[in-house]
Design a binder for this molecule. Structure first.
Ligand code: 5GP
Ligand code: ZN
Length: 111
């Protein structure tokens, strides 16, 4: 997926402000944060979005979600919001699956 921005970030050809990395995931701070803490959990495997996930991705998705509270806590958040934009009409702009985690500052309003 040479044309994918997040694949390039995973490959290191585009720099990012990295928060966490293991064999399966890269986590980095969003370039345009919407909260004092705002990072993106990105599987290294290219999957375009949640609608493209299949049964074979089930375990990866579980591990992806379990990473969110660990890194939120390590970032000093006692609460946080997750967001997965899916599809253009769902607000997705980068078509490589990612989970937004954000929080800090004021209590987030209900949506
Ligand atoms: P989406 O709208 O696809 O759910 O979210 C994409 C997110 O990626 C946006 O919040 C945007 O600010 C972030 N983003 C886009 N380009 C870059 C980049 O080059 N570096 C980083 N760190 N974040 C980016
Ligand atoms: Zn990709």
């Amino acid at each position: 997926m040479t044309d994918c921005l997040f694949c390039k970030i995973v490959a290191g050809t585009i720099p990012s402000n990295k928060l966490y990395e293991d064999d399966e995931f890269l986590v980095f701070h969003d370039i345009h944060p919407i909260a004092p803490v705002h990072f993106l959990l990105v599987p290294k495997l290219h999957v375009a979005g949640l609608s493209d996930c299949r049964l074979e991705h089930e375990d990866m998705l579980g591990r992806l979600l379990l990473l969110a509270p660990k890194l939120a806590s390590a970032s000093g958040l006692d609460g946080f919001r997750t967001m997965i934009n899916t599809g253009r009409s769902g607000g997705q702009e980068v078509f490589h699956l990612h989970v937004h985690v954000f929080g800090g500052g004021q209590t987030l309003p209900k949506t």
